[in-house]
Design a protein around this ligand. Sequence first.
Ligand code: ADP
Length: 250
Amino acid sequence: MSQNPTTAVSHSSRSTTEPELRSHTQALIIQVQNLEKTYTTARGALTLFRGMNLEVQTGEMVAIVGQSGAGKSTLLHILGALDAPTAGTVLCASTNVAQLSSREAAAFRNREIGYVWQFHYLLPEFTAQENVAMPLMARGVSKREAHTVASKWLKEVGLEDRGEHRPGELSGGEQQRVALARALVNNPRLLLADEPTGDLDEITAGLVFDLITRLHATHGLTSILVTHNLELAARCTRALRLEGGKFTAL
Ligand code: ADP
């Protein structure tokens, strides 16, 4: 049976009776419908997506692969309310992200989204623990409490004895572990990861990916990972290729 790549994989036991359809809908954490994204550039309009659809169920770990310039980062930015669609509906963690004001978008990101990029973007003048504590303090958590929680997260990513180190004193893999702790410290529902292992050697990339997989499972996350690494993509619950603004199953 051919599978619609834009819907979740685990439908095989689902019948088409109405109550089950409803529960299927409730389990959706991402529902993108008829997404259009057009950038206006000096050289004219650049349309990346037109009529794009994507559904992701709660708990899925979805890999997105595709050539450079296919629009993978743009899609993550739209899902994470860092960029706005030109048209279409983008429901993400029960929120229509297309309609948020910039203030609402910031609150949505802080509450629902953990973001990691290819480069860690840790603040170099702050320690690992301060970097991890920052999103909590941005939410109004006291410094003392934020540092207690940050220290727990550093332990969780295997860096409990590196809290006082600045990013420049950590290896690339360690920096990315700190970035993961910072991304998840507010207990978001969604992890959006843009080439999270792209700047690491093969062994370190595998270890960081193992950590992401473990955190995904133990924290009940839904994760979307952009990667060029087909081996790592194959370890996700679903892998999609983005090409010409549309998804195909990998
Ligand atoms: P990918 O992540 O798949 O490499 P991107 O989403 O980064 O692709 O970019 C897709 C295309 O959109 C590229 O051609 C890029 O130059 C263009 N693009 C991205 N952001 C902007 C922007 N803010 N303004 C204009 N063009 C952009």
